[in-house]
Design a protein around this ligand. Structure first.
Ligand code: NAD
Length: 544
């Protein structure tokens, strides 16, 4: 594999256009993702004969990558028909049999990771290490639900209406067919980490990945089928978001959506109109707090990962750096030096620190946010420009100072490698700035006193908080819920909530010996008096 890396701040070889000699070129991508593989995967899409084809491009080069059949709303209906048929037999299996499929998937995924790493890189343009994060996250979710599903889903004995006489069980039933809509930024992780618990709970899934990254989702489906999932239990449809997305929501028994807050609101409204539930994993404007007592070297290293992993196209990545004024100069010197030293690259080998953006739309947003901020008076401490010499969609990791509330980069999610610096004088002020956006996804706190870090965390309005780590500590804790407060979403993935959302609670109460009503010659009045005594006794005896 050719080495494709270049220092973030090295002069661009050709400011005007792509450097034709730039590594990570079409040949490199094509050699990893063969036409035969693409063709085989594309056959996994539920789409009719003669479906319209859409061609995706590899972000690293702009070269065509795959030609994918587009599903129509009628194809989506067909996908639901197949999924519904298959779901019944799947749900009838013992939960341990279903969970065993997840554990086999875990092993196959780790064994075959090279193939999917190539695919992820080809479809997203991210570095191999950032692609590997997806393998890590997907395998962790498979292990967790493979091991814990039976315990999360088992019938639980509850106190009955009448002690001894009423035997009550709380059970969990699958919702049926889950409509799952996913974005392009973590195509492996976001296609499986929600689908796996849904399957373990006995559901089928109709999934619409983003067209740009559909191959990765199709690859994951193939692997899960190899691990033992009946093929029809996971249907994949592909197509234009505003057309195929609503068709997926239209037939779902529950919706699992990951994407922007704007689309999430539309999905939530449509689901509410149908009275089906939805979990929504949405955008963020995440803050990292460097407290006065932080280890500045560790904080600078962590902040670089927090801001620039997957070129900032990570929902939980950091776009606001809040630094205590007493350490701001020292911290920023270390942070900007590390940022400038990042090696950008698009090769399919480990080694590069930051890859490409995924699309023209992403590049346009990043460029606009930075250019507008600079025009309005912000200062560039590092980066600040596209790097067409490396590939059509590269943009330097960028640090901005002097960002003010009127600038889009201050309040809107950029979803790119851009972070703004703010200074604070007290913990109260830091918490106030961190909580000043309508979002509430993730945050990160750096301090040598981890107890203090956790106390600050409790005041932050975000679904996850990482103390002395960027984002992976909380996200990787798959036994614990992950999701957003406020405009960052509804519901949670991971942990008990991550699987129970795909179930309906059902209470089955069996009455024994005596009915709950006047009987054995008791008239209404004596029955009421008896139950009044019974209620008093239950409270006195500590019944809950
Ligand atoms: P997006 O909302 O544009 O698209 C997400 C998905 O929704 C795509 O599959 C798209 O085709 C589909 N879609 C588009 N219009 C639709 C409609 N009207 N009805 C139903 N589906 C529709 O988001 P994006 O730009 O692809 O992804 C980036 C966003 O996702 C960012 O805001 C990021 O923060 C967020 N995200 C959140 C998480 C999380 O866990 N909270 C994870 C990853 C990404």
């Amino acid at each position: 594999m050719t080495d494709t890396t270049a220092d973030a701040q090295a002069p661009a070889a050709d400011e005007a256009g792509r450097n034709p000699a730039a590594p990570g070129g079409a040949r490199t991508v094509a050699s990893a993702v063969t036409p035969a593989l693409v063709e085989r995967l594309a056959r996994g899409i539920t789409a009719g004969e003669g479906a319209e084809l859409v061609v995706t491009a590899a972000p690293l080069t702009g070269e065509p990558l795959a030609s994918l059949p587009q599903s129509t709303p009628a194809d989506v209906e067909e996908a639901y028909r197949r999924a519904r048929r298959a779901q019944q037999a799947w749900a009838a299996l013992p939960v341990r049999r279903r969970a065993a499929v997840l554990l086999r998937f875990h092993d196959l995924l780790l064994a075959r990771q090279d193939e999917v790493l190539d695919l992820i890189q080809a479809e997203t343009g991210k570095t191999r290490l950032h692609a590997f994060e997806e393998v890590l996250a997907a395998a962790s979710a498979a292990r967790h639900y493979g091991r814990k599903a039976a315990s999360y889903l088992r019938d639980r004995r509850r106190g009955g209406a009448l002690p001894v006489l009423t035997h009550t069980l709380e059970g969990r039933r699958p919702k049926g067919v889950i409509g799952q809509i996913s974005p392009w930024n973590y195509p492996l992780e976001l296609s499986v980490s929600d689908a796996l618990p849904a399957f373990a709970a006995g559901n089928a899934v109709v999934n619409k990945p983003d067209t740009q990254t559909a191959l990765t989702a199709l690859w994951a489906r193939e692997l899960l089928v190899e691990a033992g999932l009946p093929a029809d239990v996971w249907q994949i449809v592909v197509g234009d978001g505003p057309v195929v997305g609503p068709a997926v929501v239209e037939h779902a028994d529950y919706v699992s959506f990951t994407g922007s807050t704007r689309t999430g609101r539309q999905v939530a409204q449509q689901a509410a109109g149908r009275l089906v539930g939805a979990s929504l994993e949405l955008g963020g404007k995440n803050a990292l707090l460097v407290l006065a007592d932080a280890d500045l070297d560790r904080a600078a290293e962590g902040a670089v990962r927090a801001c620039f992993s997957s070129a900032g196209q990570l929902c939980i990545s950091i776009e606001r750096l809040l630094v205590h004024r007493s350490v701001a100069d020292e911290f920023l010197a270390r942070f900007t030096a590390r940022t400038k030293a990042l090696r950008l690259g698009g090769g399919l080998a480990y080694g590069a620190d930051m890859g490409s953006l995924v699309s023209d739309r992403q590049l346009e947003t990043v460029t606009r946010h930075v250019d507008e901020a600079v025009k309005a008076g912000a200062t560039v401490l590092a980066g600040g420009r596209p790097r067409p010499d490396l590939g059509p969609l590269f943009y330097e990791p960028t640090v901005l100072d002097g960002v003010t509330p009127g600038m889009a980069v201050c309040t809107e999610e950029t979803f790119g490698p851009v972070v703004s610096v703010y200074r604070f004088d007290s913990e109260d002020e830091a918490v106030e700035i961190a909580n000043s956006t309508p979002y509430g996804l993730n945050s990160s706190v750096w301090t040598k006193d981890s107890r203090r870090g956790r106390a600050v965390a409790a005041r932050l309005h975000t679904g996850t908080v990482n103390v002395n780590e960027a984002y992976a500590a909380a996200y990787g804790s798959v036994a614990s819920p992950m999701g957003g407060m406020g405009d960052s979403g509804l519901g949670r993935r991971h942990g008990a909530e991550g699987i129970l959302r795909f179930t309906e609670a059902q209470t089955v109460a069996t009455q024994r010996l005596l009915p709950i009503g006047p009987s054995h010659g008791l008239d209404d009045e004596r029955f009421a008096a008896l139950l009044t005594t019974g209620l008093r006794a239950m409270k006195a005896l500590g019944f809950r």
